[in-house]
Design a protein around this ligand. Sequence first.
Ligand code: ADP
Ligand code: GLC
Length: 476
Amino acid sequence: MRRVLSVASECAPLVKTGGLADVVGALPTALAAEGVQMRVLLPGYPAVTAGLGDARAVMAIDDLFGGPAQILSGQAAGLDLLVIEAPHLYARPGNPYLGPDGRDWADNPERFAALSWVAARIAADGVEGWRPQVLHGHDWQAGFMTEYLRRVNAGDVRTVMTIHNIAFTGPADPWRLNALRLDPARFHSEGYEYWGAISALKAGLIGADILTTVSPTYAEELTTPEFGMGMDGLIRHRRTDLRGILNGIDTDAWDPTADPAITPFKTGAGKRANKAALRAEMGLPEAEGPLCVIVSRMTHQKGLDLMLEALPALRAIGGQLALLGSGDPALEAAFRDAAAHDPDIAVRIGYDEAMSHRMIAGGDAILVPSRFEPCGLTQMYGLRYGTIPVVALTGGLADTVINASPAALAVRAATGIQFAPVTTDALSGALIRLGQLWQQPKVWARMQRNAMMQPVGWGESARAYAALYAELGAKA
Ligand code: ADP
Ligand code: GLC
């Protein structure tokens, strides 16, 4: 078994703010089938330590960025976890990144530097006789691990950094250099300096042996100024080390035939009871047009402002909208306002896992108008539940949906609708196309069937990660 330590700030079902958690939580099981033994290193937020069964202390650290820490080894939700118990850093309730005022905790750079620090320690010293051969870090929170590896003797441990979202660069002011235990000689444009600040993500991107991102199209996009967020030069430089490996979804948790949160169904036609239940739950009236759903963080990335502007097109095809999400207060208010003025629009502000299943099971279509989307998971939930995805042609949305072009319809391969550019007009056009397809029940049913048959699990991608670790091992 190849030994891999996954290093991440979130892991479903213990702590989740987005798709990162789903991926980190799914990889160990998916990879076990490929001969990889993956343990996950997580910060000991209250939700994580509370969920940890049978925990034992396996390492003690006197001063982990301002206080003592111990590393606990234990199991939760079938995962093999290493958890950093460091109350001075993590014993804070709620969201892992934000304080009660909704702002980032001021010491976030140190809180996640500690995660990387412990990863390097485990690579060097092992725990209970277990030493990883590969450190696999996720996003900026794991970015400093390659810097810290330079200060320890970790033998031939190899490193992989996965970019789930390059928009989060993990910035810190330069005066924190010492506190972050970074080598000041490496604070320059070819090191971890980024626009005059320290960037944890950049540290990982320059230091890791291999970079991956969560879809092939996003890998391409990252090399461009439009999507690279100032890191595109670096990404171009490392292009031969960058792989795009598409995320999968948990096909057990998202199984329309056995989902405890819904009325199980086997075919698109079987969705009716779920649609009626969703309408009742959301207070939507009966209607002829398609019931469109959105389950999303409400941020600029997700393009929901465009959706607000495209509501007239949705209503023109007789469509209804049900939204579950939270985020930007201005967007939340604007959707609430739209719902207050139109009985065919219903909005639920909040985060609710079970409800997300009811939304996707009950919807006819799921809308994902993201400006950029490294992978995106909800469109894949939609495919699996016969809920036709209407998506922007970007990132993983480009890689997972087969657009209902005349050619794809002719060969009956279509699974959804894609639109470009990501503008209100193009989104409105996509909604009009949705309305036309909705008017053709046979075509619609065929699309649903295709969608439900499309493989969206981890199989192929787990093999790609396993092959990558093997390749790194061979180079060591
Ligand atoms: P991102 O990670 O950028 O938010 P993804 O599509 O990869 O986008 O993952 C989002 C995950 O979070 C999905 O599992 C989605 O179902 C879930 N999610 C987002 N908003 C909510 C919400 N309000 N309630 C429940 N689940 C949500
Ligand atoms: C990020 C991206 C999303 C991706 C997820 C998991 O949150 O925004 O597109 O699916 O990570 O990789």
